[in-house]
Structures are given as structure tokens and as C-alpha cells.
Unconditional design. Structure first.
Length: 401
């Protein structure tokens, strides 16, 4: 960087440190603009974005259709509240119903809000039946609200912040014995990420999923699928749970759906949606019309061939990462995930590798301690994957040496 750029970046960082809560481990990049799968800093350096706004920018940055839809909607109105009927909301809900097969949609602003709304549905269901226990799993991540934290186990997010919601518990992920020993007639709902993001790109086993749905048949509780990170086409299917041949009662989504704007939703069966009467749940900003028109573009693109690309590029990425693992077996333990949601599992802390990747022009992040998480835009190409692999080889060689 030039001295002028360095001074400008340093000044921006100092201003941020002076006025903003210091809760984020920010990447030391001052962004000028972003296009497609690229982020360009104030000095003109281009980075390959394999983080995608943390699984948000499904169509990449500055997608022309999203920008056009936003511009057109802004000239009409930006916010009127949910006391009115709005075409952008209804149109997106119709798209989601068609794409997902779930007949009812409730719009939110985020994944955490979707989680808490789904928990209210679960409690409403359970209160009528005298059952109140809600179960989550280790490694799961459902947001930062108290409802979400109550179903998570990571100490960093929970220490010193309790007490959490009563009648909630966290069981070991993929442990069939623990599941069968604890689920009973007091269980009203189970929330599960079929492909965990924050948990290190860890997939549920078919045996575990089969056991969960068999218990549902016995005890009649609700199953809530958290598809906030893995949904809206990221795995090559509209939802990650489709790979298991199952159908949860409630699905939470967000991230990719908004194309870069805050937008989430709860999708539900008719029976689950009917648990909430008028006035029992609501949101001021949920289903914002500007966010909804962006979401309509995302869902249209995803359902018009982009998922096929995600499947194909996912196979190419996975195969190339497998080759890399054979070259560096002392450093790489496993490759996980599918589509545009994959992880490189290391035998050591992933943070230094992520920092070295940044120095080599690639943005990723570390999760679950030893996993390099790759959740890029769905529009990445084979050339982008090749660029990532060149950077990884450089980083692995440096770390090995």
C-alpha cells in the first residue's frame, strides 16, 4: 500500500476503535468496492472472496439484477410497515412456497429472528400439549439472541450471560444413543442444522437423522431445520436436508436469501403456521420491500439454473481440495461439505492459515478452531477455484516449512 492509503486505513481503524463496540475480529482490509466474487481495497488490490459476506452474497457483490430491483423499489417506497399489503412481500413468498413446498412464510430481518420466531411456534405447540423441552445440538449455531443461545453450547457465546431459557438442552451432535435416551414425551421441538456452519462444516449422519425422525413419529414433537447458512441453494439443493429424504415441520432461512440486504424467513407447514393467531407475533422491519425485491432476484436466479452450477462447481472444488489433502497430509485432516459450503479441516489452528491466505489475496475464515470455512458466492468459476488452490498450496508450503 502507498503511505497515503496506509494512513487512510489506519485513520479509519482508529475512528472505529474509538466509537464502536469492540466485538468483532475484523479483517484488516479497508474496502473500496466489491464486484462478483471480488473485493477491492482502497489501494486497488483485488481479493478472491471465499467468505461471501459470511454466506450472504449468493449472487456475488453488486449483482446488476439486484441493484436494478432495489433502485426501482426505492423510487416507489422503502418502508410502510406490515399493516399494509405489499406486492414485494407476496411475490417473494410465492416464490419461496413454490421453491420449498412449504405453504406458509413469515418474514424476518435475520437468522436469529427466524430462530426465535420458530421457538415461539414450538412453545405454542408444546403449551397446548403440556410439553416444553426444546433440544439443540453441540456445534450448532442459531444466532445471538437468548433463544438461539439457549440451544447452543459454545462457551465464548454463552459464558457469563445466563441464565438462558428454561426447558432447553443441548445434546451431542450425531450421537444416536444420547438422542434416544433424552427425547421423550416432554419434548416439544428439536432444532437441527443438517450441515453445521459454525460447527466446522459438519454434516449430520443419515443414521442420526433417521433416528431423529423415528423419534418424531413416536413422540410427536416438531422438527425445526436451521437452513440459515446452508439453505437457498448453497449445497446444490434448495435446502441441505433434502439430501436426507426428510421433511421438517419448520425451516429457518436468512443470509443468502437477501442478496446482501437483511432478510430472513420462517417457512412452515399449514399446521405449524396456524399455531400463531393475529397479533401473537410480528416485526416492524421484517419483509422490508427493498430487501424482498432483492430476495426475489436471488430466488429466481437460484431456481433458474444456478443450483446446477453450485452442484458442478462444488464437485470441482471438493475434488481439487482432495488433491490438496494428498499433497499435504500432515496438515490437512479432512475435506467436508458440498456445493458452496465446504471446509478444510486442519490438524492445527486454522487462524494462521486464514491470515496467510489473506496475504495471498484470498478471503476466508476459521471456524471450530481448526477448519478453514469456504462459503463463496454461488457464481464462482473453475478459474476462481484454481486461484484458491494456488493460494492454499503457497500457504500450506509456508506453514509446512
Amino acid at each position: 500500500m502507498s503511505e497515503t492509503t496506509l494512513a487512510a486505513s489506519a485513520a479509519l481503524m482508529e475512528r472505529e476503535h474509538a466509537v464502536v463496540f469492540q466485538t468483532y475480529r475484523r479483517i484488516p482490509v479497508a474496502i473500496e468496492r466489491a464486484e462478483g466474487a471480488r473485493i477491492i481495497d482502497v489501494d486497488g488490490r483485488s481479493y478472491l472472496d471465499m467468505l461471501g459476506g459470511i454466506a450472504v452474497n449468493a449472487l456475488g457483490h453488486s449483482h446488476p439484477r439486484i441493484i436494478s430491483a432495489i433502485e426501482q423499489q426505492i423510487t416507489r417506497y422503502m418502508h410502510v410497515s406490515n399493516v399494509f399489503y405489499q406486492e414485494p412481500q407476496v411475490a417473494l413468498a410465492e416464490q419461496l412456497v413454490k421453491a420449498s413446498g412449504y405453504p406458509r412464510v413469515f418474514f424476518t430481518n435475520s437468522g436469529a429472528e427466524s430462530t426465535d420466531g420458530a421457538l415461539k411456534l414450538a412453545r405454542r405447540y408444546g403449551s397446548a400439549r403440556g410439553r416444553y423441552d426444546v433440544i439443540g445440538f453441540t456445534g450448532g449455531f442459531h444466532g445471538r439472541t437468548y433463544g438461539a443461545l439457549s440451544l447452543m453450547d459454545k462457551p465464548l457465546y454463552k459464558d457469563g450471560m445466563g441464565p438462558f431459557l428454561p426447558n432447553t438442552l443441548v445434546l451431542p451432535f450425531n450421537d444416536v444413543d444420547a438422542l434416544e435416551s433424552r427425547v421423550d414425551e416432554n419434548t416439544c421441538a428439536v432444532m437441527i442444522e443438517f450441515l453445521q456452519g459454525e460447527g466446522g462444516i459438519q454434516s449430520a449422519t443419515q443414521e442420526f437423522v433417521d433416528a431423529l425422525f423415528a423419534l418424531k413419529e413416536t413422540y410427536g414433537f416438531l422438527i425445526i431445520a436451521d437452513e440459515v447458512q446452508s439453505g437457498i441453494g448453497r449445497t446444490g439443493d434448495f435446502f441441505s436436508f433434502e439430501a436426507y429424504g426428510v421433511r421438517p415441520d419448520i425451516v429457518t432461512v436468512a443470509k443468502a436469501m437477501g442478496g446482501g440486504l437483511p432478510l430472513g424467513a420462517i417457512l412452515a407447514t399449514e399446521e405449524a403456521a396456524a399455531l400463531l393467531d393475529k397479533g401473537m407475533h410480528g416485526t416492524t422491519y421484517g419483509g422490508n420491500p427493498v430487501a424482498c425485491v432483492a430476495g426475489s432476484v436471488v430466488v429466481d436466479e437460484v431456481c433458474s439454473g444456478l443450483m446446477d452450477h453450485v452442484q458442478n462447481i462444488g464437485v470441482y472444488l471438493y475434488e481439487q481440495l482432495q488433491v490438496l489433502m494428498t499433497e499435504f497430509p500432515e496438515q490437512i485432516r479432512e475435506i467436508r461439505g458440498r456445493g458452496c459450503m465446504q471446509g478444510v479441516v486442519l490438524n492445527t489452528d486454522a487462524a494462521p492459515y486464514v491470515q496467510d491466505l489473506l496475504r495471498n489475496g484470498v478471503i476466508a475464515n476459521a471456524t471450530a478452531g481448526n477448519v478453514i470455512r469456504l462459503v463463496p458466492p454461488f457464481v464462482i468459476t473453475n478459474d476462481d477455484v484454481d486461484e484458491l488452490l494456488r493460494a492454499l498450496r503457497t500457504v500450506m508450503s509456508v506453514q509446512r516449512g
